[in-house]
Design a protein around this ligand. Structure first.
Ligand code: KG4
Ligand code: ZN
Length: 363
């Protein structure tokens, strides 16, 4: 038993400016006291994707008001907090710096401990905002920037079993949706269009399914679907294509998760087998259903975050911070923003804080 933690979470790593107050009770139960997500979708929509400079400026303009709104909704002031948790990466570094600097200012002014949270650790704990899930568990983290399978042994203890060798699944949803003329962000729009579509009406490539590893690839699917989209204009055919794309992505996620479950089950014989899916794509019903079926067939329990905590939010960042604070872990006020920051401890140690190159956080 540890003392309860009441943590202000801040999330600014992409196109959402978010703040939340989460209380982690002494028994480990998480209670979301407030969660506010200020979306910048309208600002980026004309460009069909997130423009980093626009995102960073918008975070600067709104972070203080959103943090104060989160405190007001929780019925408290800065003085009621026991800690501050801010995303410190990976992500668009201009935005990350805004939230992290704001968090440092609150921590300094109020004498509170700061936790510089890995955004992916936030996603990893997000399902715990809706249900109590014990460690260890097998995690499929599937969002706009990431697609990986991880063994999560405890707070900050992750081992990567597989990841995408090119695009993330959410990125595939977004780019194919854009090629089909759907609005940004593409995932939810494509899911809506897929309703009433026949997922067997087009043939799309089945990427890497013959390989025995747990890695993903979506670039071939993206190219094939974008090429098909050019000639598909009839409304029912568009619904069919959307349903095919969604099914192809769900199939790959399910088959690689199935493979990871087999490996995980061998390593955890005699223990409770738990499978968790998190990240924006976990909001997709077809994906959830496929994963739920695979988990049931392999004897794993299945958990996904409540829908509001699948896509980026600050409640998951606050909880990740609270879990660390409960273990006596915090970070110095000179903690740096990290554009790239693998969750896997071995990979993180091998990756310097700042690295040049084109490959972003998804790697
Ligand atoms: O977790 P998230 O908000 O941001 C990252 O950390 O990347 O995930 C956003 C991604 C986007 O690519 C979006 O299109 C996708 O999640 N997404 C969905 C759905 N809702 C969000 N993809 C498919 N179906 C959905 N319902
Ligand atoms: Zn995210």
């Amino acid at each position: 038993m540890t003392a309860p933690q009441t943590v202000l979470g801040l999330e600014t790593s992409c196109d959402e400016t978010a703040a939340a107050v989460v209380r982690r009770h002494a028994d480990g139960r998480a209670e979301v006291l407030s969660s506010i997500v200020g979306s910048q979708i309208a600002a980026h929509a004309p460009y069909g994707g997130v423009v980093p400079e626009i995102a960073a400026r918008a975070h600067v303009e709104t972070i203080e008001a959103i943090a104060e709104a989160a405190l007001a909704e929780a019925g408290m002031g800065y003085g009621d907090l026991t800690g501050v948790a801010a995303t410190a990466g990976p992500g668009l570094v201009g935005g990350v710096m805004v939230g992290l600097s704001f968090g440092k200012a609150v921590a300094l002014a109020r004498g509170l401990p700061l936790v510089a949270v890995n955004h992916l650790e936030g996603h990893a704990v997000s399902a715990r905002l809706g249900a109590e899930i014990a460690y260890p568990f097998l995690l499929l983290l599937v969002s706009g920037g990431h697609c990986q399978l991880l063994e999560v042994a405890g707070v900050g203890a992750c081992r990567r079993l597989g990841s995408t060798i090119d695009d993330a699944a959410g990125e595939a949803f977004d780019k194919i949706a854009k090629a089909m003329g759907l609005p940004y962000p593409g995932g939810p729009a494509l899911e809506a269009l897929a309703e009433g579509g026949d997922p067997a009406n087009f043939t799309l490539p089945r990427m890497l399914l013959g390989r025995k590893d747990c890695d993903f690839s979506f670039s071939g699917l993206k190219t094939a679907a974008a090429r098909l989209a050019e000639g598909v204009t009839e409304p029912q055919a568009r619904r069919d294509l959307a349903a095919c794309v969604q099914a192809a992505i769900a199939t790959q996620l399910a088959e690689k998760s199935d493979r990871a479950m087999q490996a995980y089950a061998l390593d955890h014989a005699g223990q409770g087998l738990r499978f968790v899916v998190a990240g924006g794509v976990a909001a997709n019903r077809a994906v959830r259903t496929r994963l739920q079926d695979v988990a049931a067939a392999r004897g794993f329990s299945f958990a996904a975050p409540p829908l509001a905590y699948c896509t980026d939010n600050a409640a998951m960042i606050a909880l990740a911070g609270a879990e660390r604070l409960a273990l006596g872990m915090s970070d110095p006020l000179d903690a740096v923003a990290r554009p790239r920051w693998p969750l896997d401890a071995v990979a993180a140690a091998a990756s310097p804080t700042h690295t040049p190159g084109r490959k972003g956080a998804k790697a």
